[in-house]
Design a protein. Structure first.
Length: 158
């Protein structure tokens, strides 16, 4: 499910600066309407404008204020997708460097950040393998990460 960045802070801003219903705000931010009442009374969270974060347009807010049955829509640039952390078993962590070498040789267009997400590793490791300064670079053999079970073909394509 896509929801705004910092949903509680965004909800607090919407509560204080618009006349939207708590149902509309709750649906947009993924927060129960009763929790919004508690949030309104709380003084521990600083509000964040979804307009400056480019998560909402003012036109959308105005239309939803006029029609309470309408729901707010998150702008595509403001979307935050919730993803799970990738866990690599201890037995396969030694294969990450071999898989990185294979991917770097066969798909050089992939960025370091993309490789870090794919293999749950650090940018320093990816950079050192890319430039050949990795500690055990001479003993590395390029191995297909799909065959090693580190990722799926769909993950690699994405």
């Amino acid at each position: 499910m896509n929801k705004p960045l910092m949903p509680k802070a965004t909800a607090l801003w919407l509560l204080n600066h618009t006349s939207l219903t708590t149902k509309q705000i709750g649906d947009f931010c993924g927060i129960h309407p009763l929790a919004l009442d508690v949030l309104r009374q709380s003084h521990t969270i600083q509000e964040v404008s979804p307009l400056t974060q480019q998560q909402l347009s003012w036109e959308d807010i105005e239309q939803c204020q006029k029609d309470s049955s309408r729901s707010l829509t998150l702008l595509p640039d403001g979307m935050v997708t919730v993803s799970k952390k990738k866990y690599v078993p201890l037995s396969k962590r030694g294969d990450i460097a071999h898989a990185l070498l294979w991917v770097i040789k066969n798909h050089p267009q992939l960025t370091d950040a993309c490789l870090c997400r794919l293999f749950a590793t650090t940018k320093a490791m990816v950079a050192s393998i890319r430039d050949g300064s990795y500690k055990y670079y001479s003993s590395l053999e390029p191995k297909n990460p799909i065959l090693l079970g580190l990722c799926t073909a769909k993950d690699l394509e994405d």
